[in-house]
Ligand binder design. Sequence first.
Ligand code: C2E
Ligand code: CA
Ligand code: CA
Ligand code: CA
Length: 280
Amino acid sequence: QAKRRGGGFAFYSSPDIGNGVSTITLESALNRALEREEFILHYQPQFETQSGRLIGMEALLRWQHPELGLIAPNDFIPLAEVTGLIVPIGRWVMEEATRQAVEWSQLFPDLIMAVNLSARQFGQQDLIEQVRVVLEKTNLRPQQLELELTESMLMHAEEATDILKRLKDLGVRLAVDDFGTGYSNLAYLKHFPIDTLKIDQSFIQNLTKNGSADSRDRALLSAIINLAQALNLTVTAEGVEHELQLTFLTEEACDVLQGYLLKRPQPRELMSLWLEELKK
Ligand code: C2E
Ligand code: CA
Ligand code: CA
Ligand code: CA
């Protein structure tokens, strides 16, 4: 995947994020991007392992910069977090992805749209109201919206349990993203109303590192899948790139698969064409 590192964005890669000048430069650049509607979403399909059926899409943010081209989220989201601009950006993402889900529901009525939330958004007072309004405005069935949160967000937010319960009361699905990279204390899984565990890509990648599948990596992955299933959670593997990974995850009965091997993230227009073909 094309990552724009060391490109034109000196102020992004600057380690002193809190530095006045770089923050202001970034803030205005991101602000302008928001005003000029330079943000776009790419979408990546998720498939049910057993049937191969399409069951969902993950919305992935990109910045379509007029001069620099497509900028990956890891290159601007961390600083959007710092400046707080991730809040209006995140609101746009949720609205846009939800609208898109409604449109694609005409072809695939049960399609789930997964949206990434940032820590800043999760701590936002009006998050629940925001989700409620977007569902009301678009008429998307709540169970078709899945919010992806990370373990660290759940651990750091004071009122995480309360927020999750209120989101759950709206009927949306909740997923823990990058599972396995955050905290070793798994007790939270018992208390939080979570629907899905998304195993971090690194676990999937380790399966094929050095061309051979280390038995400990297999055991670890298998244990995570079993844990999810014992807790009655849907378990998703992302970053599936190789046949070997696919075979292993299928054998282990991982519920949902996402990755370049199956389908790369693509902009709305291309994805629409693909969906129409798939529907035929
Ligand atoms: P993530 O949520 O863990 O998303 C998965 C990332 O893995 C995406 O990178 C996706 O394009 C990439 N990916 C998918 N399949 C494969 C594969 O088979 N192999 C490999 N190597 N990578 C694969 P992307 O789109 O660059 O996004 C990076 C991160 O940026 C995301 O990681 C997420 O944390 C964040 N992000 C993306 N969109 C949003 C957003 O709308 N809001 C927030 N707050 N964060 C976002
Ligand atoms: Ca995600
Ligand atoms: Ca992830
Ligand atoms: Ca991530």
